[in-house]
Design a protein around this ligand. Structure first.
Ligand code: DGJ
Length: 769
């Protein structure tokens, strides 16, 4: 039921007419009249709330700022909040209030496009950010500005919250903007609160609704499938809506990830132009709407996919949407991506500022065909190579239906007695004796129809009871909306750790999408089936949260049949991700290049495998531009390859700090050139590593006729350039004793001399003191 009927004019006067400022960067006045439940919801415990300023004017202006950028929100003549500016920040913040709000047209028949959170069913006839059905069946929603405040979390991070309220119904939305000042990153989300006496139903509940001003926009988004992840596509956005979404449930990134770029005025370039990089931090169905409006501006609405996901909110309950993460740069996508890297390593990726373990994985070396003795033999190989750890992959478990292929056993997480008669404990002991750590693969969200788990707990499985089952990789997904299933999944990991306290690493896989999205648990609980997609992800995060509370530091790889699940929702629990099962180095150069716009290199697991027959040096050099690992049988390496690999592991150790924590600069784009070139330099610009790869093996008189101009050095410093990872028996054509100025290397450049006989070249740049 409506709480109180008011005309727009009354609302406006009651809530805003006592205001006297044009600029409210901080806490603003709260409405004079609230019913008690509204007051209770809006009570926020603030550590630091800066003071409100009151003037006699009626317009409220709220800048959301980082070091370089600002988004400015402003109320219109009816108290609705819109975005009036998005871009470089002004030197004088008081001038924001003077930005002409030409987007808030006052004429009766003009649509308002710039709402900062567009409600459905009232004045708005364009794509909404939020759409609900009230307890009485009414479907209208209006949101008007009530108050805002900015809380200082620390010297670098602020949290601005803006309270909006429906004048007629007891529903509130609080918009949150968490700003990371130095990194120029914003995380935005909303909290929707139901103050009605009965449940409301939310049909759409986006995290963010941006409004970008410009004349022309280009959208770079990605498509892919297994073994073919992160294929970029750049579209010129025309009028109408371009939507990117996922309905796969679990492996939400498989076909279209939520990571995207929008460039203003012209296609995105590396070092110049206005670029927005964004993604939804959510490991489930998402939807991004890009709408060019009649003023040629761009509306961006990002959130959980409303598809089959109507969500019920009981009386007094609130719903927190996932974070929409974005950064803006005036200096191209290179700077924008470094913003994200700095933010991710400091604030999001687990142990982002720490180190990583090099490893030998047995997946491509053995697939399911191994036993205890074979594995112990591989441990010795890991030691010989010099890596830190051995990672045991799929196939180690299940007895009634042994996991000897991908058609059985998932869910039965007991060691297979035939393959591993002495259990995991024995393997951990043997690995330790061989001088390497031990890690293990799990896929705990899944179940094989041929498993004891399936036989015992069919009600734990997501399936339509009366319809034929549909499998993805011969398996089904467990119902993580069910707390008992959450306990089971947690228990799989907890048991492994409890029995093997020195377990050093987990590879967490997820190979199936959700077909036949039906939950026996939700049915029994009397909850709508349409909550399954959302409650699945919430359930997954609950499990991961609980695991991280008990095991905060164990490194974990996020894997999903390759890169089917890579996002900043999941990466708060994981130290790294598996970009693709495709480890062909040429394919990986392109994929790793694209992933690198959104994720730092420390998180990218790049393994050297036998997938491709290209020279081992080339495969190794490609793996080194991220977190290096191996997936080979070391004993099969010939003498020179072994010698090269041992040296490469040592070299990697000496440059890993640059790759993991340095600044990434992309130098030559493989999409447009026969070579790819990129580099990482450290903060004081005294060291750098430059990776150069040949990507086009068609005949060329010279692959790099021109030098490659480096970036991220100090023009005034002097440097030498030395080639590393030189294959035994060959020599480098790079003169290590030549001294260059940073100015020279960045203006004229250096030719890495890449050609068919030297398909990859790694150059270490060191300051001469
Ligand atoms: C898919 C992963 O991407 C692979 O690396 C491997 O772990 C297999 N699953 C195992 O089944």
């Amino acid at each position: 039921m409506p709480t109180k009927k008011m005309t727009d004019k009354e609302w406006f006067h009651q809530h805003l007419s006592d205001r006297s400022t044009k600029l409210i960067p901080y806490k603003s006045a709260t409405p004079k009249k609230f019913n008690s439940s509204t007051v209770a919801w809006s009570t926020l415990l603030l550590l630091f709330v800066t003071t409100s300023i009151s003037f006699a004017q009626t317009t409220v202006t709220i800048p959301v700022e980082t070091e370089k950028n600002a988004m400015v929100l402003q109320t219109d003549h009816e108290g609705r909040l819109g975005v009036i500016y998005f871009g470089s920040k002004l030197a004088n913040t008081t001038e924001y209030a003077g930005i002409p709000s030409q987007y808030n047209l006052k004429s009766d028949n003009a649509p308002t496009y710039n709402s900062c959170y567009t409600p459905a069913g009232t004045w708005n006839l364009i794509e909404p950010a939020v759409q609900i059905t009230h307890a009485d069946g009414n479907m209208s929603l209006d949101l008007k500005y009530v108050s805002s405040e900015t809380k200082k979390i620390d010297a670098n991070v602020n949290l601005t919250s803006v309270l909006l309220k429906d004048p007629l119904y007891a529903n509130e939305v609080t918009l949150y903007y968490k700003t990371y000042y130095k990194e120029n990153v914003v995380e935005q989300w909303s909290v929707i609160k139901n103050g009605e006496k009965k449940a409301i139903h939310m049909q759409k509940y986006a995290s963010a609704n941006l409004y970008l001003m410009g004349n022309d926009f280009y959208l770079t988004h990605y498509n892919g499938t297994w073994g073919n992840e992160m294929k970029p596509e750049e579209d010129h956005l025309s009028h109408g809506i371009k939507s990117i979404d996922s309905k796969l449930g679990t492996r939400a990134n498989l076909l279209e990830p939520s990571a995207f770029m929008v460039s203003f005025d012209k296609p995105a370039t590396e070092d110049e132009g206005k670029v927005l990089l964004g993604q939804l931090a959510w490991s489930g169905n998402f939807k991004l709407d890009f709408e060019v409006d009649n003023y040629n501006n761009l509306r961006v609405i990002a959130g959980i996919n409303p598809y089959a996901s109507e969500y019920q909110l009981a009386a007094g309950q609130e719903f927190t949407t996932p974070g929409f993460i974005y950064t803006f740069s005036n200096n191209g996508k290179g700077e924008a991506s470094r913003n994200l890297h700095h933010w991710a390593t400091k604030y999001r990726l687990l142990d982002g500022e720490g180190s990583r373990l090099t490893l030998l994985n047995n997946w491509e070396a053995t697939y399911f065909d191994f036993d205890e003795n074979k594995l112990v033999g591989l441990f010795k190989g890991a030691k010989k190579l010099g890596v830190d750890m051995f990672l045991l992959d799929d196939g180690w478990f299940a007895n009634k239906y042994p996991r000897n292929g991908d058609t059985a056993g998932l869910g039965d997480w007991q060691e297979n007695k035939k393959k591993l008669p002495h259990g995991i404990g024995y393997l951990v002991k043997e690995a330790t004796a061989a001088g390497v750590k031990f890690g293990i693969w799990v896929e705990p969200e899944m179940v094989s129809p041929k498993s004891e788990l399936y036989e015992k707990h069919k009600d734990w499985v997501i399936r339509e009871i009366d319809r034929p089952e549909k499998y993805y990789r011969h398996q089904l997904v467990l119902d993580l909306s069910n707390p008992t299933v959450q306990n089971f999944v947690y228990g799989v990991l907890d048991t492994l750790f409890t029995k093997n306290p020195t377990l050093a690493f987990i590879k967490w896989d997820c190979n199936a999408v959700i077909y036949n999205a039906h939950s026996a648990y939700l049915q029994k609980a009397g909850l709508p089936q349409s909550q399954l997609y959302v409650d699945y992800v919430k359930g997954l995060y609950k499990v991961l949260d609980r695991l991280r509370a008990k095991y905060p530091t164990v490194p974990m790889m996020l894997c999903s049949g390759g890169g089917g699940r890579v996002d900043y929702g999941a990466l708060q629990f994981f130290t790294e991700y598996w970009p693709s099962d495709n480890t062909d180095p040429v394919e990986r150069i392109f994929m790793q290049w694209e992933y690198s716009y959104f994720y730092p290199a420390i998180a990218s697991c790049n393994h050297i495998t036998d997938w491709s027959k290209l020279p081992l040096k080339f495969r190794t050099d490609v793996a080194m531009m991220g977190k290096m690992g191996y997936d080979i049988v070391v004993d099969k390496l010939n003498e020179k390859d072994l010698q090269f690999s041992q040296q490469a592991v040592t070299n990697y150790r000496s440059i890993s700090d640059l790759v993991w924590h340095g600044d990434l600069y992309r130098l030559v784009n493989p999409n447009k050139n026969p070579i790819a070139s990129l580099m990482f330099s450290n903060t004081d610009k005294s060291r750098a590593i430059v990776f150069n790869y040949l990507v086009n093996t068609r005949f060329m008189p010279s692959a790099t006729p021109l030098p490659v101009q480096l970036k991220g050095l100090d023009a005034a410093k002097k440097y030498t350039v030395k080639e590393i990872n030189v294959y035994p028996g060959t020599s480098s054509s790079i003169q290590p004793s030549t001294v260059y100025s940073g100015n020279f290397l960045m203006t004229v450049g250096i030719n890495p001399d890449v050609h068919l006989g030297r398909a990859s070249v790694l150059l270490e740049v060191n300051e001469v003191k």
